[in-house]
Design a protein around this ligand. Sequence first.
Ligand code: MD3
Ligand code: FE
Length: 205
Amino acid sequence: AEVAPGAVHVPGWLDLPAQRRLLDACREWARPPAGLRTVRMPSGGEMSVRTVCLGWHWYPYGYARTVVDGDGAPVKPFPAWLDTLARDAVARAYGTDGGDEAYDIALVNFYAAGAKMGLHRDSDEKSGAPVVSLSLGDSCVFRFGNPRTRTRPWTDVELRSGDLFVFGGPSRLAYHGVPRTFPGTAPAGLGLTGRLNVTLRVSGL
Ligand code: MD3
Ligand code: FE
């Protein structure tokens, strides 16, 4: 379903075995060094979501090859199979191929019960390539705003385990956030308490 121009939601894109494989990979990536960390904002506050990055390390607000605000380790490599997955995702959502830029960043966000993400724009990438989002575990309310203001109009969409969302074109710079998750709603067979979101991006760096 096209939620806004360039914002396409594909419910249930990953079947349960594919979700399990991606979850297993996330568990490996979460281990130190350069593992899951709590992001501290320049204001001093901590994000309730915990994060691990591949390819390029995101920190507020930029990208680096080392975990500049954590253990200082080199960021884990971005595996070629994630570029393939991102291109398959763009093809499924848009019915076109993903262009010639290689996907080279993964940001994995873990939401324990009560974690949320405020409305923000993702503007630290130099490329305008679509962002690919994959959800695992608990369902959530995903709030999709507009490219102009942090205020309404916005659309709330429920994201469930296995859902794909692609954000490109005029939606690439739209405000978005996760005001709540629904603890205990992960698929019984997945073996995840909480929610994981994997975003795949092109750095343009
Ligand atoms: C729209 N993650 O990592 S995924 C983020 O569920 C982020 O963890 C949320 O916002 C999460 O920056 C939302 C959906 C999403 C991700 C990236 C986008 C929507 C986007 C980039 C541009 C526009
Ligand atoms: Fe974002």
